[in-house]
Design a protein around this ligand. Structure first.
Ligand code: SF4
Length: 215
């Protein structure tokens, strides 16, 4: 039967992840809030490695909304062709730059509703930008966090939003800003979708699935 982690287990879970990686970072490459927004916008259904390869050239020629707008949709497409859904993403990024210029003085807003009003920017993208760029304790639930939240019993939920809300309720305040990085990295490299590496998992003793693991 599925259970939830208790408070002590949650504390131990994050203390263990923090001890191994005290300052977790996004694996997306960026050098400004605008580049972060653009990289996250391009990252849906793509790997961070694939996005970084494409943005290296793109950000070299268009590091600002103004320059990206001037590049045009076709110019953006030429740089991001290796990324899935690139036509839609190029259109969204171009239109987002237009709105940043027209409505926000070329700056990335730090309000959730203004971020989510930008083309191609949903709740998850807004959560990443609010967290990584502005230090807000948001939880950007992607496929990795959804899986880890449910498997471990940390934040069970049927939808990404339900997992996000459970995380916001259950993650201790001192771990909240970094929690989504630890969870993504744990899901990417240890608690993998097809074959979770329970045998080498440092948080196994706190995990609902891990405690039933028999090797
Ligand atoms: S013990 Fe297994 S299921 Fe639990 S977090 Fe670790 S890898 Fe994932």
């Amino acid at each position: 039967m599925r259970t939830s982690m208790n408070r002590d287990q949650i504390d131990t879970f994050f203390a263990t992840l923090k001890a191994a990686n005290p300052q977790p970072q996004t694996e997306l490459a960026y050098s400004s809030v605008f580049e972060l927004l653009a990289a996250v916008l391009l990252s849906a259904q793509a790997t961070d490695v694939g996005v970084n390869k494409a943005t290296r050239g793109l950000f070299a020629v268009a590091p600002t909304p103004q320059r990206m707008l001037a590049l045009g949709v076709a110019g953006i497409e030429a740089h991001i062709k290796t990324i899935g859904l690139y036509r839609n993403k190029a259109r969204h990024l171009h239109e987002t730059c237009r709105r940043l210029m027209d409505l926000h003085g070329g700056e990335v807003p730090r309000e959730r509703d203004l971020l989510e009003a930008l083309p191609g920017v949903g709740r998850k993208t807004a959560n990443v930008v609010l967290n990584v760029a502005f230090g807000e304790p948001t939880m950007a639930v992607d496929t990795h966090i959804f899986r880890v939240g449910n498997r471990t019993g940390l934040a069970p939920g049927k939808t990404p939003l339900a997992v996000e809300m459970a995380l916001l309720r259950r993650v201790p305040p001192s771990y909240r800003v970094d929690a989504h990085h630890w969870l993504i990295l744990h899901g990417r490299y240890v608690c993998q979708a097809r074959s979770p590496r329970c045998g080498v998992c440092t948080v196994r003793a706190t995990c609902d699935t891990g405690r039933r693991w028999t090797g």
